[in-house]
Design a protein around this ligand. Sequence first.
Ligand code: AR6
Length: 209
Amino acid sequence: PEDVTTLDGVNKLNELIDTDKFDLKHPFWDKISLFYGDITKINVDAIVNAANAGLGGGGGVDGAIHRAAGYNQLQAECRKHDRPVATGQAVITDACKLSTHVKKIIHCVGPICYGGVTSKKRHELESCYRRAIELSEEIGLRSIAFCCISTGIYGYDNKDAAKSVIKILYKHLSKEENVEKWDRIVLCLFMDIDKQCYKHYITQLIRNP
Ligand code: AR6
């Protein structure tokens, strides 16, 4: 489809940052990209949904993905999995009508988090990202776009989430055998606050790797 962005069209970090000033040899800077907009409009192997435990569809990004993939078709795929899905876990389905430009949808169940991030909630959120990466690697997917899991309806603190995500992905891409498995990991930022938070932690990472 015409309104879909390919990986050439997303913002690469090493193009956004003054590479002369810093030592950006870590693979993180080549592999991570930012995309501002609707996750259903990116051409990648997998998109990550922020689902609920029942995988029944909902609002937010889950609603957008269900609309784009076809609600009934995607629900039929979701029902093939045991539910409820535990918090911090992920399941993978076909992309249904999104198959024109997406191979798989990975449905992560993030923590519901009002009243402050605890170490348990943080562990659950980080687990979502790890499981999505693992599931992708198991079947040889080479590109993925993550939405900001739990930071919408589920109330997780945006700053805290961004910090965890950057940490997890940087750590993952610090291992050479993992780097080879990926063409690109896209962080899909839909809200201005997330752009600010990611900018903050990415800048911090440059200064203090
Ligand atoms: N593309 C990318 N990101 C989006 C889009 C989109 N089209 N639409 C919203 N976002 P949320 P949660 C962002 O609330 O907090 C659902 O009802 C949004 O701005 O979608 O994990 C589920 O069924 C935010 O940054 O997910 C669950 O019941 C991020 O996606 C519950 O909400 C996640 O916000 C899950 O809540």
